[in-house]
Design a protein around this ligand. Structure first.
Ligand code: F6R
Ligand code: MG
Ligand code: MG
Length: 379
């Protein structure tokens, strides 16, 4: 039976700045989905990661269904009303348009959806990250689906031996979806050449070459690019099917032990390591650090089991301690060089205005230069 998994997430307001949504806000969004999703959805799961609320839905409407997107959009609108009532910060922040036009893509919320023939047991992982952007999943997906050092299944499992197909999007292109397809292992260097620039090239989906089945889908929209200015960070979501023809759960989780540097943290303008955290964790240090949560499910006939909190396991405490050290180390670098994102990626325009104003105060010491040149020419 074909089932669609849709995850739609938005930040519609939070407590204490950009930390986490209120309980009432979460309940309002959840109740709206339950009440208005009857007869449309099969099952649902709601969680928050930092200040973002993610609605995970199972249904038979296919991807990009206007009814499903409207359900989520309206739930976030209902949440926004409560956020306003409670005086939450950034109420309605990610709802960029006044009226719904059939698909939430490009309207603010992040979306990741896939439709597939359900396996007898359908284990999958739902990732959500806050204070970072969709490129944050580039390295973990590369490691999980293309690197034998991370994923022994690539050589041990005959099901995975044919490799995977990556669909990568150029998120700088805003007039339409500009994508490229690359297969690994043959084109692994081409893939790496693109993924090294996670602000421009973002993995959209991954497919099994053995069976043609879809393994993963990640949100690719960048509000930064759509709006052309700061509108909040593009905190991404992702769904990954695991086991059998796909990497094992542990192979998909392992890359998060690296704490790789991602764009995010304070004012969406810094480079900080991505910290794996328990479900429903807020942010704290330096408006971050950038965090990622992961809920594991089994699904049958579209019905979900309870969510297992993969990063709540004691193993990740050591990882978190190490990433906290790495975070502090980078913060000792303050505002200089590698600590902050390049000018093109800064979420706030204040610095551009400052530099423009300073421009007129620069002077070229022409005499000195000319004298030096004359002297050089004379020798
Ligand atoms: C929000 C974020 C925060 C804010 C910062 C300032 O996702 O990354 O670091 O950018 O708290 O927020 P404003 O400009 O709303 O005062
Ligand atoms: Mg926010
Ligand atoms: Mg957020």
């Amino acid at each position: 039976m074909k089932i669609t998994l849709s995850v739609i997430k938005a930040d519609v307001g939070s407590i204490g700045g950009h930390i986490a949504p209120s309980r009432r806000l979460l309940e309002t969004v959840s109740n709206h989905v339950t009440r208005h999703g009857a007869g449309l959805i099969i099952d649902k799961y709601l969680s928050h990661t930092g200040d973002d609320i993610a609605i995970l839905l199972t249904h038979r409407q296919g991807t990009a269904s206007a009814r499903i997107h409207k359900l989520a959009w309206d739930a976030f609108l209902a949440g926004t009303e409560v956020a306003r009532e409670q005086g939450l910060y950034g109420a309605g922040q990610d709802l960029l348009k006044d009226s719904f036009s059939g698909n939430v893509k490009g309207m603010g919320p992040a979306v990741a959806e896939m439709e597939f023939e359900e396996r007898p047991s359908e284990p999958f992982l739902f990732f959500a990250a806050d204070k970072t952007d969709p490129g944050a999943f580039n390295l973990p997906l590369y490691l999980a689906f293309a690197d034998v050092m991370n994923t022994p299944g690539l050589i041990l499992s005959p099901n995975m031996a044919k490799g995977f197909r990556f669909v990568v999007m150029d998120v700088n292109h805003t007039e339409g979806d500009r994508v490229i397809e690359l297969v690994v292992p043959e084109q692994i260097y081409d893939l790496a050449a693109l993924l090294r620039d996670p602000e421009r090239y973002v993995v959209e989906s991954v497919w099994s070459r053995a069976t043609g089945e879809q393994a993963a889908v990640a949100a690719t929209s960048r509000l930064h690019n759509i709006a052309g200015k700061y509108t909040g960070k593009d905190d991404p979501v992702m769904l990954v099917r695991v086991q059998m023809n796909f990497p094992a759960t542990g192979e998909v989780l392992a890359p998060y032990a690296h704490g790789h540097f991602v764009a995010g943290g304070m004012r969406g303008s810094h480079q900080l390591p991505l910290m794996p955290v328990a479900l429903n964790t807020g942010t704290s240090y330096f408006d971050g650090p950038p965090i990622v949560s992961c809920a594991a499910f089994a699904e049958h006939n579209g019905r979900l089991t309870e969510a297992l909190d993969t990063f709540a396991h004691p193993f990740w405490n050591t990882v978190r301690d190490r990433i906290a050290e790495k975070t502090l180390e980078m913060r000792r670098q303050g505002f200089v060089g590698a600590a902050m994102l390049p000018m093109s990626e800064l979420e706030y325009t204040g610095i551009m205005e400052k530099l423009k104003a300073l421009e007129s105060q620069f002077k070229v010491r022409r005499d000195t230069v000319q004298n030096d040149l004359r002297e050089l020419a004379a020798h």
